[in-house]
Design a protein around this ligand. Structure first.
Ligand code: E4P
Length: 215
């Protein structure tokens, strides 16, 4: 299973990279707005740091504009993957980009049918938003299961990025289903290694270690 970090915060990326667990980065306009810097500056810096796919989202809404914007973003670095929103225009733009061999991550996926048509046009990634479905009393992880079944049925190569992850249980469930990738906010990423029994165990070892006679 691959882990992407879902952030436009370069300090969070530097810190997480030290674990050796980060396979790529996803950003979106909300995350870049939070970082308070220009999209291009942030992307340049991330591309210098990370050796893996880096998703950059188009801000245009019209298909032709999306394609032009995507071509510019793709020129920043070979690792850039273009994030396209799952709209009618987005579908047309994604199809054009796939034909140009520009990697595409289709975002804002909320239904199996949306994922099916993305697989059919051959995008590299789809991003189902699990947490946002849970928020409206749907079971987000059911969508991931449906997409994986559909892609298996038709032998699609599109990889599933479990997105809008809110807590570590989402990561466990995604792994159980065999999702290719989970993209994690730093708050979730930082909790992957934690367990209260590990902390208690360490406390006991350290207090006992203090009793061992020094040579
Ligand atoms: C990732 O590609 C998405 O942009 C992100 O996971 C959305 O998460 P949110 O629902 O917490 O904003």
């Amino acid at each position: 299973m691959k882990f992407f970090l879902d952030t436009a915060n370069v300090e969070e990326i530097r810190k997480a990279l030290r674990t050796g667990l980060v396979d790529g980065i996803t950003t979106n306009p909300s995350l870049v707005a939070k970082a308070g810097r220009s999209y291009r500056d942030v992307l340049n810096e991330i591309c210098d740091l990370v050796n893996g796919p880096i998703s950059a989202e188009v801000l245009s809404v019209d298909a032709a504009d999306m394609v032009v914007e995507a071509e510019n973003l793709a020129g920043i670095h070979p690792n850039i993957v273009i994030k396209i929103p799952m709209t009618q225009d987005g579908l047309i733009a994604a199809n054009a980009l796939v034909r140009q061999n520009i990697p595409v991550n289709m975002t804002l996926i909320f239904s199996p049918l949306q994922a099916l048509i993305c697989g059919k046009i051959g995008v590299d990634y789809v991003s189902p938003f699990i947490g946002r479905l849970d928020d409206i009393a749907h079971t987000g992880m059911d969508l991931v299961a449906d997409i994986l079944t559909i892609y298996e049925n038709y032998g699609f190569d599109t990889e599933v990025i479990v997105a809008s992850v809110r807590h570590p249980v989402h990561v466990v469930e995604a792994a159980r289903l065999g999702a290719h990738i989970a993209t994690l906010p730093a708050a979730v990423f930082d909790r992957l290694a934690l367990h209260p029994l590990t902390d208690l165990g360490m406390e006991k070892f350290l207090s006992d270690a203090a009793k061992i006679p020094r040579e």
